[in-house]
Design a protein around this ligand. Structure first.
Ligand code: PEP
Length: 248
């Protein structure tokens, strides 16, 4: 089993001072004996947080990037810019970007390819809508996202897949442990089929969607769950660290 990865997605929250304090408290309180930690602040706080994390074991990630290396892309951030600032990871294809920025699997794949070529690791997010879950098409929809978003360059070291049912993000509602296990085993078998890496079974699969210290222990013990992508609960130091400490 790969070591668990606990990722904090801070989304569009906090100013530089808040980010500095939160990152400092995570560094001070985290023990990486049973999991690795990665935090993904907003772009404006990356530089400050990078300084706080320097030389330590907590890693830095961004929440998006552009597929091009440079050019006329107003408001966008390139992979090179993220590396330059100290990022090691980038989250791609989060459902909030798929829905509010119209990001397709093809676009996610092109961003992920650029990130891997630029030396970043990627966290590719997938997850079905409530309608798809109710219609019984969740496994098929997620498989389509995995196959369509995964770069050819992906291997078990440079790529992480996060399963985040859209209906569970920020809602306090989570799938049953059976549903989580079923989906993670399915994603795992799709990756083993699709990837050329003979170690595809070692790729880390994260669960995301309303993870908190009360439910994390149970979620992190589901079949083929190798960590969590945490939104709301990652903005509170004690909650975020408690989720890490609950890793098996
Ligand atoms: C997320 O947005 O990636 C997420 C999992 O959010 P939350 O934990 O708040 O549901």
């Amino acid at each position: 089993m790969p070591k668990a990865l606990i990722v904090g997605n801070w989304k569009m929250n906090g100013d530089i001072g808040t980010a500095r304090k939160l990152a400092g408290a995570i560094v001070a309180g985290s023990s990486t004996s049973n999991c690795d930690y990665l935090i993904c602040p907003p772009f404006t706080a990356l530089s400050e947080v990078s300084g706080v994390l320097q030389g330590g074991v907590v890693r830095l990630g961004a929440q998006d990037c552009h597929a091009a290396a440079s050019g006329a892309h107003t408001g966008d951030i390139s992979v090179g810019m993220l590396s330059d600032i100290g990022c090691q990871y980038v989250i791609l294809g989060h459902s909030e970007r798929r829905s509010s920025h119209g990001e397709s699997n093809a676009l996610v794949k092109s961003k992920a390819t650029a990130a891997l070529e630029g030396g970043l690791s990627v966290i590719i997010c997938v997850g079905e809508s409530e309608l798809e879950r109710k219609a019984g098409t969740a496994l098929a929809m997620v498989e389509k996202q995995v196959v369509g978003s995964l770069p050819e360059l992906s291997d078990s070291i440079n790529t992480v897949v996060a399963y985040e049912p859209v209906w569970a993000i920020g809602t306090g509602t989570i799938p049953t442990t059976e549903e989580i296990s079923e989906m993670h085993l399915h994603i795992s078998s799709v990756l083993e089929r699709e990837m050329s890496d003979p170690n595809a079974e070692a790729i880390r699969l994260l669960y995301g969607g309303s993870v908190n210290p009360k439910n994390s222990s149970e979620i992190l013990r589901c079949a083929r769950v190798n960590g969590a992508l945490v939104g709301g609960a990652s903005l509170e130091v004690a909650s975020f660290l408690a989720i890490g400490e609950s890793c098996p």
